[in-house]
Design a protein around this ligand. Structure first.
Ligand code: NAD
Ligand code: UDP
Length: 322
């Protein structure tokens, strides 16, 4: 990785952002971490605060910003359905107004800019596995639309700024990612199942649990982010980054029970509206152009994540209900 750059990471105090800040610092860059602490936490970045190359800025991306930076990674946005649906208008604003503000900042400073997009742009996909050329199947008026359409509009803006202003853009479509530092009350399936299993509470399967997801361990994902940002500008955008091994939610629950040794029962709860029935990335593009593929299997990544939650829940510091 090229070092000695000044890099802005929005959403830097979040789950993924904190790992990204860490990796960029380790490589010898100055990192400006911006966050409004909506879903992020100081705890995630506490170990970075003493690093003289790290700076923390409490700011909301919906408000324009002035900063001199070489690169921008835009990760600011709540990622869990329960959090992004709490204030859907703010979710759209964060995605759209936030993207506009950061793109304007990139144009002014001629900075390279990276967008954390999502597999949700494919909606409930009819093409499986999902290739980047698939336009998706999104309900524009449903409860997930604030996130899905917000991210789709952000992609549109990135591509228009590229065409109109010649901006160097990188757009990654992230598939479900998990690991230590997820919040116990995050609401996403991996943290829910682990926290429920460790507490001996029922494991909540939404619907019949036959829907699928493909889970990527956080270290693999961050390696993919940086490879994409550092790749030549001829690398095709957007680029899927995710682990292509697909599991049903019932299979995930069974694996979590096995790895935790928990006796929790599986209980069915209503399937949320517009919940995608299947999801799995086609990663041919990342393999070909970035020489990237995931290295951590679900069993191994879950074991590390379970160890994190065991320590986190017993520390009592941050033990909200899942
Ligand atoms: P997260 O909720 O832990 O992190 C998001 C961060 O953005 C938080 O620190 C939050 O406080 C901050 N934020 C939210 N709104 C903001 C605003 N208006 N201004 C400034 N900061 C704001 O989620 P995450 O899992 O770390 O996701 C990071 C990014 O990756 C998000 O953009 C998300 O959409 C995307 N993504 C994540 C996944 C995944 O599986 N983790 C999948 C697809 C896409
Ligand atoms: N899910 C579940 N139980 C939970 C939380 C989620 O069965 O306690 C399901 C959810 O309905 C979805 C899948 O797990 O089918 C992944 O959900 P998550 O919120 O983690 O991510 P996303 O739906 O955004 O992919």
């Amino acid at each position: 990785m090229c070092a000695d750059k000044t890099i802005l990471v929005t959403g830097g105090a979040g789950f993924l952002g904190s790992y990204l800040c860490e990796s960029l610092l380790k490589a010898g860059n100055d990192v400006l971490c911006l966050d409004n602490f909506h879903t992020g936490s100081r705890k995630n970045i506490a170990h970075l605060l003493d690093d003289r190359r790290f700076e923390l800025l409490r700011h909301d991306v919906t408000v324009p910003l002035v900063a001199e930076v070489d690169e921008i990674y835009n990760l600011a946005c709540p990622a869990s359905p329960i959090h992004y649906q709490l204030d859907p208008v703010q979710t759209v604003r964060t995605n759209v107004q936030g993207a506009l503000n950061l793109l304007d900042l990139a144009v002014r400073g001629n900075a390279k800019i990276f967008q954390a997009s999502t597999s949700e742009v494919y909606g409930d996909p009819h093409v499986h596995p999902q290739v980047e050329g698939y336009f998706g199947n999104v309900n524009p008026v449903g409860p997930r639309a604030c996130y899905d359409e917000g991210k789709r509009c952000a992609e549109t803006l990135f591509f228009d700024y590229h065409r109109q202003y010649g901006l160097d853009i990188r757009v990654v479509r992230i598939f479900n990612t998990y690991g230590p530092r997820m919040r116990a009350d995050d609401g996403r399936v991996v943290s829910n199942f682990i926290v429920q299993a460790l507490r001996g509470e029922p494991i909540t399967i939404y619907g019949d649990g036959s829907q699928t997801r493909s889970f990527c361990y956080v270290d693999d994902l961050i390696r993919g982010f940086i490879s994409l940002m550092d790749a030549p500008s001829t690398v095709p955008n957007p680029c899927n980054i995710g682990n292509p091994t697909e599991f049903t939610m019932r299979e995930l629950a069974t694996l979590v029970l096995e790895l935790t040794g928990s006796k929790s029962q599986l209980v069915e709860r209503p399937l949320p509206q517009d919940d995608p029935t299947q999801r799995r990335p086609d990663i041919s593009r990342a393999k070909k152009y970035l020489d990237w593929e995931p290295a951590v299997e679900l069993r191994e990544g879950l074991a590390k994540t379970i160890a994190y939650f065991e320590a986190d829940l017993t520390s009592g510091e941050d033990a909200p209900k899942a």
